[in-house]
Design a protein around this ligand. Structure first.
Ligand code: F0G
Length: 430
């Protein structure tokens, strides 16, 4: 189908075959070819300067649209939405810590900390839009496959909207904090005896055959919300784009969202140049990095393994969109080892910031790229920290308490008898 000449404010288009669908069409993929869908908006007539004025004006004022770091950018997210399911979310800080400049070899590295969202990860930005859309089209139930954060977020937003939620997670490979959240917020939680890629296949079948609305990041409305990570960071920089934006990459929804946000921001006159994207995968879960190394000649699917369970994904769903994002931003993709991820996490944690293992992949990636001379010391770099330090207490405690010999950043807890002498002995030993 092609929509008429007089297009609505927003519509959906298949990035593979160009088939178009109405904004309220509930199918998670193109009904003609199964390709990924993208939401398109007509740019507002007012132009870039007026839009920027509006975004700024809304900051900190009352009402859902204004107090959310997603809905403040409504014109470029989902202009027609009215009944918003918003926590609110977003408005996350852009942090600087000198210790991390030293660790990465950068000057003025900025950390966009998405762990400050209501459920502790960037997923809330996509979920407020996804669940708002679910409510709008009258979905009777919502579902997702997840490595843990999407499910935690879906559970919370579905609870707020009063829609039953079904989540599928890989049994034994979800960080404790995330699993706990999904249970707490009341989602029907299925521990699937398989990996994330199995969960995703299964939930796609369930959404087709059982009529539940799919809220994985293949859902294009999720992508619209996640664009605001970049928009908000640009706003915090006075709309003066950095040289690089570096992010961890798993299922590739966020890589796709960042590319789309940047290209639209330039086309709509919000910025005058594009930063380069650097997507960082874990070495044991790096099908996208492998394709990048081959000039995206072919798509890889593999059995994934990494300590960073959030990005333990071997067949990323948003591959096609993410290739587009990397090409359009002259971006790069790389992979770092689990040891580098854990070392980077220890550095982020010890700087008093804290993040979950997958988030630290971006910081590990920056150190690699600086060492290789790809990122210059004088470049302005934003690293996205995708999740909160408390998401994965298991990995954290193992690193500090159990690994032998203790890694350089290990901070062993010490059990003592309840006496002052015991404390003195320990202080003297330092
Ligand atoms: N960082 C964290 C903390 C994540 O939870 C995820 C993805 C990513 C990075 C990668 O983002 O998939 O858009 O490339 N988590 C998904 C989930 C898969 O189910 O929570 P991506």
């Amino acid at each position: 189908m092609k929509l008429g000449i007089e297009r609505p404010q927003s519509w959906q288009v298949c990035i593979a075959c160009g088939n178009e669908a109405l904004e309220t069409d509930p199918h998670p993929r193109c009904i003609r070819c199964g390709g990924l869908l993208e939401v398109k908006h007509r740019p507002p007539r007012e132009g870039g300067a007026e839009l920027l004025r509006r975004f700024t004006e809304r900051r900190g004022t009352g009402g859902a649209a204004a107090s959310s770091g997603v809905w403040r950018f409504k014109e470029i997210v989902l202009p027609s939405a009215t009944e918003l399911i918003s926590h609110p979310e977003g408005n996350t800080p852009l942090l600087h810590r000198a210790a991390l400049d030293r660790w990465t070899g950068t000057s003025g590295l900025l950390l966009k900390h998405e762990g400050h969202n209501p459920t502790g990860s960037f997923k809330d930005r996509g979920m407020t839009v996804g669940v708002t859309q679910a409510k709008r089209i009258g979905a009777t139930a919502v579902a997702c496959a997840s490595t843990g954060n999407t499910s935690a977020s879906l559970a919370a937003y579905a609870a707020q909207a009063g829609i039953p939620a079904l989540v599928l997670v890989p049994a034994g490979n979800v960080a404790l904090g995330k699993l706990a959240q999904s249970l707490a917020y009341g989602a029907k939680t299925l521990l699937v005896q398989g990996d994330f890629d199995d969960c995703l296949r299964l939930v796609e079948q369930a959404s087709e055959q059982l009529g539940v609305y799919l809220l994985n990041s293949i859902n294009p409305f999720r992508v619209e919300g996640q664009k605001t990570i970049v928009l908000e960071a640009l706003e915090q920089l006075g709309w003066d784009p950095p040289d690089w934006i570096v992010l961890p990459a798993g299922n590739l929804g966020n890589t796709a969202a960042f590319g789309k946000a940047l290209v639209e921001a330039k086309a709509w006159g919000l910025i005058d140049r594009l930063p380069r994207l650097a997507a960082v995968q874990a070495e044991g879960a790096a099908p996208f990095a492998r394709s990048f190394d081959e000039g995206f000649a072919r798509r890889h699917r593999l059995k994934a393994e990494t300590v960073a369970t959030a990005i333990r994904i071997g067949d990323p769903a948003s591959y096609d969109r993410a290739v587009k994002a990397i090409r359009e931003t002259n971006g790069i993709v790389l992979a770092v080892s689990d040891a580098e991820i854990l070392e980077a996490k220890a550095a982020v944690d010890a700087a008093g910031v804290g993040c979950e293992p997958a988030s630290a992949a971006s910081v590990a990636g920056i150190r690699r790229l600086v060492a290789a001379g790809t990122i210059r010391q004088s470049d302005r770099v934003v690293a996205v920290l995708t999740g909160h330090v408390l998401k994965d207490p298991g990995a954290l405690l193992q690193y500090h308490r159990e690994i032998e010999p203790p890694p350089p950043g290990a901070n062993r807890p010490i059990e003592i008898e309840p006496t002052l002498a015991a404390i003195t002995r320990i202080l003297d030993a330092r």
